[in-house]
Ligand binder design. Structure first.
Ligand code: UDP
Length: 380
């Protein structure tokens, strides 16, 4: 039996990118995944000729040219630009918060008018803090955007997504949302964004070219106790608490459940992403997948469409872990598990689940580039 240099557990973006660099450096790798297919949460399923983001919408964005050049050297990216719409009890608003949103919210037309309105509301929130720093997401949001935007576009959406009051959530989550005084609906501030032409499976398949793969293979059922008979080193991208057999207890995660429907209409909502920011709607957003890869009137070339309603739920054993809940309690628990990794010199722990971190895709690639550079010292 071949002894591999690396056994890579999980074929998501972390595992696949690591495998790509390892293979390039002449290392022998085996990638295993418990699912029947590779790709982790970027995997797309073809339904009615449309790439359906089966585990949630993935939009690649970065300002790091090295990362952008790397992914584009593997597969070209299209010109998709994320401009989600928010629907609050039937009222529509552009996201991220920009001049269009401010016009829709208050009828203000110039940046000066919008600034005056927001400053007035921010001042109220800042005064309420009595010289304290914002201590949670609610306070942070009120100080950044004021009460009107907070109540219609943030509060209920965030509470649905995280299942906790905004006053108990960490402030950093909201820093992901930019605020701008131009009529610009581009959700991201990054220099580059897009979706791989032909879908994410192309990216993953090319990253994994030449690498041995075993799908429907659960690390904990086959390899956990004796993986070092298979490989010299291990790259583990699964949940860190699971790796250590929940020794200190379970970390909390949010899971998502998707209701996917094929509709007999070519264009259901006119946009890839519509967020439902009120608490009355049970789902957080509806994704219409064809808009990630078809633009303008070409959406009518396919007479059908596929939509997914996204429901956010607390994770329980047996469900998929999607988002780490990075509140203080869970971060502390994670740090205890992290200590244990120090006694595992032959294991690299990486990715959203193994690092218990709310990573986007590009930072994952950036991280793997760093790790690979160290690991294969100048071999790529
Ligand atoms: N958010 C919000 N209203 C929105 C969209 C996002 O309040 O309409 C907040 C919310 O707190 C959420 C965070 O921004 O948890 C990040 O949302 P995003 O959709 O960017 O993250 P994703 O789930 O796609 O990683």
């Amino acid at each position: 039996m071949t002894k591999y240099d690396y056994l890579i557990v999980g074929s998501g973006l972390y595992g696949s990118t690591f495998a790509y660099f390892a293979h390039k450096a002449g290392k022998n790798c085996l990638v295993i995944d418990k699912r029947p297919q590779v790709g982790g949460n970027v995997y797309c399923e073809k339904i009615e000729g449309i790439n359906v983001h089966k585990y949630g919408a993935h939009i690649f964005h970065t300002s790091n040219k090295k990362v952008w050049d790397l992914v584009n050297s593997i597969v070209p990216f299209n010109r998709y630009t994320n401009s989600p719409i928010a629907n609050w009890k039937g009222e529509l608003y552009n996201l991220p918060f920009n001049m269009n949103t401010f016009y829709q919210m208050w009828g203000v037309r110039t940046p000066a008018e919008a600034k005056a309105k927001i400053d007035e509301q921010k001042a109220e929130a800042i005064a309420a803090l009595n010289d304290r720093e914002p201590a949670n997401l609610e306070e942070q949001a009120l100080c950044l955007v004021g009460k009107d935007i907070f109540h219609k576009l943030i509060k209920e959406y965030t509470e649905k997504q995280w299942g906790r009051p905004c006053s108990e959530l960490p402030a950093f989550i909201i820093k992901r949302l930019p605020l701008r005084f131009t009529y610009d609906n581009n959700y991201f501030n990054d220099s580059y964004q897009g979706i791989p032409v032909g879908g994410y499976n192309k990216l993953i398949d090319r990253l994994l070219k030449g690498v041995d793969i075993r799908t429907s293979c659960d690390f904990f059922e086959g390899y956990a106790s004796n993986w070092n008979e298979t490989a010299d080193n291990l790259v583990y991208t699964g949940p860190i608490d699971r790796f250590f057999n929940y020794k200190y207890g379970h970390l909390k995660y949010r899971t998502i459940h998707f209701d996917t429907e094929i509709l007999d209409t070519p264009n259901y909502q006119g946009n890839a992403v519509v967020n439902y920011t009120d608490s009355e709607t049970p789902y957080t957003r509806i994704i219409e997948h064809k808009h990630f890869e078809t633009f303008g009137n070409t959406v009518y070339d396919n007479t059908k469409t596929v939509i997914s309603k996204e429901f956010s739920e607390e994770w329980t054993l047996g469900k998929e872990e999607f988002y780490p809940v990075n509140d203080e309690e869970n971060n502390q628990l994670y740090n205890k598990y992290k200590e244990l990794t120090k006694s595992e010199p032959k294991v690299i722990f990486g990715g959203r689940l193994a690092e218990y971190k709310y990573y986007d895709m590009a930072p994952i690639i950036e991280k793997v580039m760093e790790v690979a550079k160290k690991e294969f010292s100048g071999n790529h």
